[in-house]
Design a binder for this molecule. Sequence first.
Ligand code: C5P
Length: 323
Amino acid sequence: MHYSRVSTPASRTYSAATAVLMNEILKGLISLMIAFSRIDVSPSSCESGPVQNCLLRTRKLWRDVLSPDCWKLSIPAILYVIQNNLQYVAASNLEAATFQVTYQMKILTTAAFSVVLLRRKLYPSQWISLLCLAIGVGIVQIQAGAGKHDSGTTLSDAMDPMKGFLAVVAACFTSGLAGVYFEMVLKNSSGDLWVRNVQLSLFSLLPALAPIMFNEGLYSPSAGEGLISSLFRNFGAWAWATVLVQVLGGLVTAMVIKYSDNILKGFATSLSIVISFLASVALFDFQMSITFILGSAVVLIATWLYNQQPTRVNLAPTKEPWL
Ligand code: C5P
């Protein structure tokens, strides 16, 4: 994502809003296909021919998608769209590795929302590790604010670390709240994961379209340019690759939340620090400082420490109206 944003001058970069919209459409279509294939139909209807069978499945699928409680997905849908847009702002203004380390603060926000909304209890060692996590991120920020690195890319001088940092912090809040809310909906109701994902994508369409509608530069195509081609202006291979990685990441995230939980997800994603650090060295000639190494090490140790305890969870069905 960082490379796709900074490898061309700002005037020739692609629209992040279009990328987010494409992400939601593709995720929705894939989820729809999986949900369709998982629909249970009675053996007798299978005997009535493929067309009949297909119609039955379609009708059942739409009944599930438009279930009375589908509105619950509107909340995480809006939050995820905001988060996905913020990620582009952050990745455009921070070094990839710095972004990834700072983004680990979502463990902190996820834990806070898990305690409040899921009534999850944390062990003292987990509170301590959260404190260490915040300290580690702070240390990494010292190097991010201390000056620009030679990222070897066209736009590295145009990066604004403070703007990037604020975008990551906001993304951490939406990530924590959306993730925990999605987990609550999944585990407090009987809906199929893939049907829930279709609902999530459907509710994402409107907020994902909003920045496109309100961004005049995009919505008013230049002379001779159609609306679709103006949306996909400068949308090259790197932009599509970014969208595909986001789609894959989103689908995997949904499965992790379903079969594990949000807090454990933090542990898995801490691996992303190591991977993005290695990729940054290869792609951007990233020069790490002692503060970066120290901060990243503190974040990794804090993440490891946090996940040493078994999760204590209270997922008894709740009576809250918003569930
Ligand atoms: O950073 P975090 O793990 O919170 O990112 C979650 C990502 O997964 C977001 O991009 C969100 O759109 C995506 N997601 C999804 N389907 C879900 C849950 C999350 O596509 N059911």
